[in-house]
Design a protein around this ligand. Structure first.
Ligand SMILES: Nc1nc2c(c(=O)[nH]1)N[C@H]1C(S)=C(S)[C@@H](COP(=O)(O)O)O[C@H]1N2
Ligand SMILES: [Mo]
Length: 305
């Protein structure tokens, strides 16, 4: 089922957003809504500082980013999230940040939308060997963690997705253990590349991409990017993660993109960029080795996959 929404851009508008990413694009988007006399029901413009594009990587069009998704709370199919996630209510929305910290705090989504929002164009590589390039809007997770003042015993960060089977049909069956959970080591969580994303292409996140707030760790496989987060917990021990619970021999805690370590059922050496024909080589740490390789110095990446 494909429903057209007023805020869904046509191809020409996607190009516009690419050219005018940042403040000009936002003003243009706002003006378009005003002219049409509409309030943006599902996407709202965000106040963002633009980012430099990645060399040799074209940004994936918005219609591809919002129609080819993994979000098992809404079904297994790549088109299920677009078809069913529209029913998810994302207001009011609270994110509890607690555990090993001095100032545990519950944040309303409105507060998080007032953080220092930036556009970051990142490669996005699914463990299933497809990829995209996404202009996220978000803020460093480190900025949020700083507000709660982690204590010395905080070694890991655990994340939890909303549990609401009434609005998430996938949660009415045991396709995965619900709620979806993920985790990072504290140094990974504090790394400047690690974002909490609240938007794409200068507007609030579409539900199918994890509204209203989701994790983005661009050097890791996509499944680490937990969507629709309601809880962030600082702790001393390594957290359980959904795909590791599901199939521990296939999905490890680290999940760093690594073309040299195959998935037990397929190679990870190449990937299909959504919207392109030929496959391309997968890059070590998804192309972010210079920034993140030091986090794993001395670790056996075959064992810690
Ligand atoms: N809560 C939740 N988060 C999730 C998933 C999910 O099923 N549930 N799927 C993951 C997987 S496998 C991928 S590849 C990315 C996909 O993000 P995208 O649909 O925005 O491209 O979301 C991740 N986050
Ligand atoms: Mo994935």
């Amino acid at each position: 089922m494909l429903i057209r929404h007023v805020n869904e851009p046509r191809e020409s508008e996607v190009t516009d957003r690419r050219l005018y990413a940042g403040r000009r694009g936002i003003l243009a988007g706002g003006a378009a809504f005003a002219l049409a006399g509409l309030t943006p029901a599902r996407a709202a413009p965000l106040d963002v500082t633009p980012a430099a594009p990645l060399p040799n990587d074209k940004t994936t069009p918005l219609d591809k980013i919002t129609s080819y998704n993994n979000f098992y709370e809404f079904g297994y199919g790549k088109d299920d999230p677009e078809a069913y996630a529209g029913k998810l209510t994302t207001r009011p929305w609270l994110v509890v940040v607690d555990g090993a910290c001095q100032k545990p705090t519950t944040f309303a989504i409105e507060d998080l939308l007032r953080m220092n929002l930036q556009q970051r164009i990142y490669r996005h590589r699914c463990v299933e060997a497809w990829s995209m390039v996404i202009p996220w809007v978000g803020f460093p997770l480190a900025d949020l963690l700083a507000k709660v003042e982690p204590t010395g015993s905080a070694k890991y960060v655990a994340f939890k997705t909303l549990l609401r089977p009434a609005e998430m049909p996938g949660q009415r069956s045991a396709s995965l253990s619900w709620p979806y959970v993920e985790g990072l080591r504290l140094d990974e969580a504090m790394h400047d590349l690690t974002l909490l994303a609240v938007g794409i292409y200068g507007e609030t996140l579409p539900n199918q991409d994890g509204a209203p707030i989701r994790l983005v760790t661009p050097w890791k496989y996509g499944f680490k990017g937990i969507k629709s987060i309601v809880a962030i917990h600082l702790q001393e021990t390594q957290p359980a993660t959904t795909w590791n619970i599901e199939a521990p021999n296939e999905y490890g805690f680290y999940a760093n993109v690594n073309p040299e370590v195959d998935h037990p059922r397929w190679s990870q050496a190449k990937e299909r960029r959504i919207g392109e024909f030929s496959r391309r080589d997968t890059l070590m740490f998804n192309g972010y080795a210079e920034q993140v390789a030091p986090l794993y110095a001395g670790m056996d990446l075959r064992k810690n996959f």
